[in-house]
Design a protein around this ligand. Sequence first.
Ligand code: PMP
Length: 398
Amino acid sequence: MALRINPLVKKTPLSGIRQMSNRLPAHPGAVNLTVGQPDFPPPDEVKEAARRAIGERATGYSMNAGLPELREAASAYYGKKYGFSYNPATETVITAGGSGSMDAVLRTILEPGDEAIIPVPIYAGYEPLIRLAGATPVYLDTRRTRFVPDAAALEKLITPRTKVVIFNNPSNPTGVAIPKAEMDRLAEVLAKYEVYILSDDIYSENTFDAAHQSFGSYPALRDRLFLIHGLSKSHSMTGWRIGVLFGPAAVMKHIVKIHAYNAICAPTPSQYAAIAAYTGSSEATDKMNRAYIQRRQFLMTALKEMNLPIVRPTGAFYAFPSIEEFPITSQDFAIRALEEEGVAVVHGSAFTMYGEGHIRISYAASMDQLEKGMERLGTFVRKLRGDTRTIVPDPPQL
Ligand code: PMP
């Protein structure tokens, strides 16, 4: 039979991140700095709670919105830290990863003809969801404001068709967190318009220079704000598929239907493990953050020695240096770095075309891998510049 596929789906690209990481099996021995997956095990108490759940056969469906104890634990954990209050019964939904939250919110609110503003460059997961809903992405260019979304520039983009403004704070791929002063300005603009706000705070627990700032701490935004949190990054639980969505009850009752028809519920053993994550100690997350801070220092030094300009990342675990000086696309740069020198990074254009001229380096990789990776990247960069001397960056004083 002829292929009769929804043209919007046909046009949807595969994630550029996966396009790069899928090349890795053909390059054994390559250093993989592509993935946004912490190189640490989940906390012991989390693993133990999952084993216990499986042993006790607590493995059936849960309520669609998630186990009530988990919703209570997650609402208390983030609420206390970030100064907001969401009712666990009516304003909290546990989804299959933050991805499940993104999908459920956007499918619930977007209609054909709507506009969705996204600060760019941004994580590749948003644009396809917006387009599949028949809506149009509108780009808020952050390149001239050190990757911080600028409130005045945002205001100029808001039209009567704007349905939602999306943030990702701290940002994948830039690693930049929005400073408090700019959050205040953004909140002031957003409060003036009838638009929803979706803030993807999946990296909220990975901030290094200042405490995470949440749009949840602005009461004027409460009836239009959705917050995405989760355990993939903070507790190294990517495969467990736990996301947490907070939002106003009047909309959440519709969102939960989309989540229910898509997933029924998040995986139940993972939900029991998640209770342990939210009620346990922060030791594992603190340990990861200490390692990320050391690695960031190493990367900043190594990239400086390579003369690749970079905006200092303040959160997540990505560095996003500029490779604009080279007369090749970021995709060619990434493919050649892998094929010629054995180091895999992600091309900036995987994060919309506004990421062109950059590469993303994930430092959720061991120091050993990072050292090897930077040595190889340095060799590649010098080769592109026509200089074949080998300079190895000094390891940082930690
Ligand atoms: N949002 C952002 C910005 C991400 O980087 C990721 C994962 N790379 C996700 C959402 C999805 O994470 P998960 O579904 O594993 O929670």
